[in-house]
Ligand binder design. Structure first.
Ligand code: PMV
Length: 324
């Protein structure tokens, strides 16, 4: 009744922002992401009939605030009649600050919980269960470059697949950490604010298929500059939706903007790199392996950058330990 799973966060190139069904947590738009290799969450789930309630520790500290979401996700995987569980989550990167920690956490949680209960679930079913807890978590079940179709499978609601394995296009991601405190507003709540208040939201949803198809074609052609053009546009469009929400959702800080200027300067010098930013102040620079040292050094030297993390592309969520 105990299992451990590992999952990595993913970084969206074409972003998910907005839900078409809040009760099932279904995204309004398709998205395309990179599953990372070197940042990870290790999740241990132990179902224990002697416990009276679920327990959660995150990096060794009790986390009652996140317990409700975790318990609902465990109910989805193991059924409401399940025993209470002790859940222990450990990450090697900052939480809740726009580094997709909920993606790796819920991807690892569904895989560990299914293994601990002996549930024989396929990756598609686990992705759908993870997506119910955190939309982007569904993508962390798959390796490399991952496509999430929001409306394809009416039954599960989403269809997720890997469009390139990590070794088929060994991109590198350099994360410039500009703030390590958790973000002020959770993305689920923020998406609803955008949907109901931003004048740009309908246009964002309408234009998503065009961005997605352009990004997919660029990925198939392994054309980093073309992926970068659409990814940067899609990122800035999502943030325009956020900025024009009421209240305005501004996740950036001064260092975020300075990092964008650093990436622009590198591009002007011919470096193969582009940026993207999620619901937080960190800047993620995607580049070739050859460009990584110069990108890493330039971002590390940018004012306000507190740390630089680097990663390749990695595997989907998987069981790393099991015990009856
Ligand atoms: O899965 P959530 O609810 O944490 O939302 C993720 C939203 C973004 O990271 C901003 C975009 C994305 O596609 O990952």
């Amino acid at each position: 009744m105990e299992a451990t799973a590992r999952a990595q966060p993913n970084i969206a190139l074409v972003k998910y922002w907005g839900k078409r069904d809040t009760s099932r947590n279904l995204p309004a738009v398709d998205s395309l992401s990179l599953t990372l290799a070197d940042l990870h969450t290790d999740m241990r789930v132990r179902f224990d009939p002697s416990l009276t309630a679920d327990e959660l520790t995150v990096n060794g500290v009790e986390e009652p605030r996140l317990l409700g979401r975790v318990s609902r996700c465990l109910d989805d995987v193991a059924g409401r009649g399940r025993p209470a569980a002790a859940v222990d989550s450990r990450t090697n990167f900052p939480l809740g600050a726009g580094l997709a920690s909920s993606a790796s956490a819920f991807a690892a949680l569904v895989v560990a919980a299914a293994a601990a209960t002996g549930r024989d679930a396929g990756t598609a079913e686990l992705a759908s269960l993870a997506g119910h807890a955190s939309g982007s978590a569904a993508r962390s079940l798959y390796p490399g470059i991952v496509l999430l179709r929001a409306k394809a499978g009416e039954c599960s609601g989403i269809t997720v697949s890997s469009v390139a394995a990590p070794d088929e296009w060994p991109l590198r991601v350099v994360v410039a950490v500009t703030e390590t405190k958790p973000k002020s507003r959770a993305s689920g709540e923020a998406m609803e604010i955008s949907r109901s208040t931003s004048p740009f939201y309908p246009r964002w949803v309408d234009e998503q298929p065009r961005d997605l198809e352009a990004a997919l074609a660029a990925v198939r052609a392994r054309d980093l500059a073309a992926v970068g053009r659409v990814a940067e546009h899609n990122c800035l469009k999502m943030h325009s939706v956020m900025w024009t929400s009421r209240p305005a959702l501004v996740y950036w800080n001064a260092a975020t903007v300075d990092c964008l200027e650093t990436v622009r300067r590198l591009q002007a010098q011919g470096t193969e790199v582009f940026f993207t930013i999620d619901a937080g102040p960190q800047v993620k620079a995607v580049c070739t392996a050859a460009a990584e040292p110069v990108v890493r050094d330039a971002l590390a030297a940018t004012t306000g950058v507190q740390a630089v993390l680097t990663s390749g592309l990695g595997a989907g969520a998987r069981v790393t330990g099991e015990r009856c």
